[in-house]
Design a protein around this ligand. Structure first.
Ligand code: NAD
Ligand code: MG
Length: 399
């Protein structure tokens, strides 16, 4: 068996570190070729040292100097590449077989498209790239001959439950046997909080997810259910399913990771402990199954599994995503960009929790009333993304 050379985009994050955990369990199968980080260069030094990465990518000269200064004596430095260009070059590097896309936000777009054009196996944890540029990204996957494996736990679950003939390829049309995709959502930390208390919740409360430990942005998105909204759009692109055939159900235990309902009434689900190493190991090992290090489920010891319909009054961000998907790609770009800006402002204490969805809605409304060049290229998507971010910044000042 040849060892796979792996590049981890966003190695210092929650998904990046879980990926390194799984890789470390299988030294015969995987080698770390490249790691990237945007901040937290100290952690990058440690991870690159431990994994013997040959290449690292950092954002700028300041980070490069810090990396060089912190690198311990006794072993030569890895090659250090810089910025967005370094990310794109590394994602397409001929030495790389597999790219884990775990940079948070639309910032992942250029490098993940570069990996797609170069025909890599892409383990897609990032969801914002598909939300902003689904068509452009999937075109690059098809024309580059890349293999796309969803790592987001819901999409990984659906992938595992889809008809076997779809495995290993990107669906071109809705599968006639599939009636509906059912995404599960935990409901986050505010599922049962009285509505009037939502206006005073803090970033710390929003980041305290009941079942998963994740990066800050996705944690806030889970509290607002913007995360599930982004995942509805992600599912639309990954499985070529129209919005009417995608639904969301709250399942507070996070044991059933999502479901596929077939025309005969069968519903298939994938279950596992809430541990991202399970979908990561699925992607790394595909088509084989490999150990993930996760605890295994003990269903008899598990309390009841509950399911309930989400309330749009509590979770307006979820409604906005369904509406944006039904409206246009421009609306989806605006939704994602405005949400990234608003969450950042909320995390810095500059925006009220309930104003996150307000800012997103105002930005979408403004953008769909304007006209833009068709979103058929990465540059066109990035230009609209930039424009929507500026609008959202303004709306954050007066939500
Ligand atoms: P995180 O915040 O923990 O890590 C993000 C990583 O991206 C870090 O390595 C950071 O240095 C890097 N980064 C941040 N901004 C960057 C920029 N502008 N340019 C280049 N690199 C940048 O995030 P995470 O929780 O690991 O999530 C990563 C992605 O995976 C997100 O898109 C998230 O929605 C998705 N995801 C995460 C989980 C989870 O359990 N954490 C589950 C499903 C999907
Ligand atoms: Mg998810």
């Amino acid at each position: 068996m040849e060892t796979q050379q792996v590049c981890i985009l966003g190695a210092t994050g929650s998904i990046g570190r879980s990926t390194l955990d799984v890789i470390a369990m299988h030294p015969d199968r995987f080698e770390v070729y490249a790691l990237t980080a945007f901040n937290n260069i100290d952690t990058l030094v440690r991870l690159a040292w431990e994994s013997r990465a040959q290449v690292v990518v950092v954002p700028d000269q300041v980070a490069l100097r810090r990396f060089t200064t912190l690198w311990p004596a006794g072993r030569s430095l890895p090659e250090i590449r810089l910025g967005q260009q370094g990310l794109c070059e590394t994602a397409a590097d001929p030495a790389v077989d597999t790219v884990m896309a775990a940079i948070v936000g639309a910032a992942c777009l250029p490098s993940v498209i570069s990996a797609a054009r170069a025909g890599k196996r892409i383990l897609l944890a990032n969801k914002e790239a598909l939300v902003a540029a689904g068509a452009v990204f999937l075109d690059a996957v098809r024309s580059g001959g890349a293999q796309l494996l969803p790592i987001d736990s819901e999409h990984n679950a659906i992938y595992q439950c889809m008809p076997a003939e779809l495995l290993g390829q990107v669906a071109e049309a809705p599968h006639p046997a599939v009636k509906k995709l059912i995404l599960t959502a935990s409901g986050g930390p505010f599922r049962a909080m009285p509505l009037q208390q939502l206006s005073s919740v803090t970033p710390e409360q929003a980041c305290m997810h009941p079942n998963w430990v994740m990066g800050k942005k996705i944690s806030v998105d889970s509290a607002t259910m913007a995360n599930k909204g982004l995942e509805v759009i992600e599912a639309h692109w990954l499985f070529s399913m129209p919005v009417e055939q995608i639904s969301v159900v709250i399942h507070p235990q996070s044991v059933v990771h999502s479901m596929v309902e077939y025309v005969d009434g069968s519903v298939l689900s994938q279950m596992a402990a809430p541990d991202m190493r399970v979908p990561i190991a699925y992607g790394l090992g595909f088509p084989e199954r490999i150990h993930s290090g996760s605890a295994h489920l003990d269903l008899a010891a598990q309390n009841a599994l509950e399911f309930e319909t989400p309330c749009f009054e509590r979770f307006p961000a979820l409604r906005l995503a369904f509406e944006a998907l039904g409206t246009s790609q421009e609306a989806c770009v605006a939704l994602n960009a405005a949400n990234e800006v608003a969450v950042e402002q909320f995390l810095h204490g500059k925006l009220n929790y309930i104003d996150i969805a307000q800012v997103v809605e105002k930005t979408i409304d403004r953008v769909v009333g304007e006209s833009f060049e068709p979103l058929s290229t990465l540059d066109a998507v990035l230009a609209l993304d930039e424009h929507a971010r500026k609008l959202a910044q303004q709306f954050c000042l007066h939500p």
